[in-house]
Ligand binder design. Structure first.
Ligand code: SF4
Length: 305
């Protein structure tokens, strides 16, 4: 239960949010108390789409930098605040626009598909964006034998296995998901033999091979609500367990690894949310030239799914 001081902090945030006509969005990997104060929780695309639809003037994005950028891409007339400017994504930073331009020169006929976990300038160099939820669908409809997929090699491998399509993969990865091992799953299964296993497609193929399903965070949340699921071993960032427990009282959720923590996601605290609303910083704004190109790649994805 939150203590008195936290309550005061929460009240101040809610008051300021109302005064400034702001909306607070929190990714499923955020700290529990940040998820609890948010107007909406979800994955990065869901949250950006919500942000684009609301009539709020200000979006406080409790997530990492590329997510705030995506909100800015979709909502250019709104002020997008990221309560800690240092909250980045190590995977998104594994490729920059110049590196992608070089790779495109090597593969001039390739269609470039970019995971939404990427910077705006990389999206701007891409033909399509995709998410972990719709990557298979996006790639399956591409009428080109040559596809370059960036930046997550493991999501790329998962999509290749599902579509049978060969792609050139950029060697990026999410350190939080790539650290999970088959041994972690085997250990959990021994302890909870009746539990189902779901993992995120950012995990390594040998981890995915041991799961009942590989799903996006929104897919995991839907799966957990199924009537036939009472115990679930969950292979993604541990922050999601907070929401799973809250929405499914009485069910048991077991993280594949307690060490699966994205520290960048945890940079956002209630104090920083309050300070951000008070100072209207740090703001994330994608320059218009990049925004328009990145938006085109996102729109091509949205036209498919
Ligand atoms: S969990 Fe992985 S992909 Fe998601 S923000 Fe953290 S490092 Fe990036």
């Amino acid at each position: 239960m939150a203590d008195r001081q936290d309550n005061t902090l929460e009240e101040r945030i809610l008051k300021l949010k109302k005064e400034k006509n702001a909306v607070i969005l929190a990714h499923n990997y955020q700290r529990g108390e940040v998820q609890d104060i948010a107007d909406f929780g979800g994955d990065s695309l869901e949250l950006s789409q919500i942000a684009a639809r609301t009539d709020a003037d200000i979006i406080v994005f409790c997530g990492v930098h590329f997510m705030a950028e995506t909100a800015s891409i979709l909502s250019p007339n709104k002020t997008v605040l990221l309560p800690d400017a240092h909250a980045g994504c190590p995977m998104a930073d594994m490729i920059n626009a110049e590196q992608l331009r070089q790779k495109k020169k090597e593969l001039p006929d390739a269609t470039v598909v970019t995971y939404i976990n990427s910077t705006a300038e990389v999206k701007a160099e891409s033909d399509y964006c995709c998410t972990s939820a719709n990557g298979v669908k996006v790639v399956a409809q591409i009428d080109n034998e040559e596809v370059l997929f960036v930046p997550d090699q493991y999501l790329g491998k998962f999509i290749m296995a599902k579509t049978g399509k060969k792609m050139t993969l950029w060697p990026g990865y999410c350190p939080t998901h790539a650290d999970m091992t088959p041994e972690d799953i085997i250990k959990c299964k021994k302890e909870y033999p009746a539990a189902k296993v779901v993992v995120h497609p950012e995990c390594r193929p040998e981890v995915i091979a041991l799961a009942d399903e590989a799903l996006s965070t929104s897919g995991i949340i839907r799966y957990a609500s199924r009537e036939d699921v009472s115990e679930l071993i969950v292979g993604t960032e541990v922050g999601i367990i907070h929401r799973l427990k809250k929405e499914n009282p009485g069910k048991k959720f077991i993280p594949v690894s307690e060490k699966a923590i994205c520290y960048n996601m945890k940079y956002i605290t209630l104090d920083k949310v309050l300070r951000s609303l008070e100072t209207m910083t740090p703001e994330v704004k994608v320059p218009e030239e990049i925004r328009v190109k990145a938006r085109a790649a996102v729109d091509r994805m949205l036209a498919i799914v």
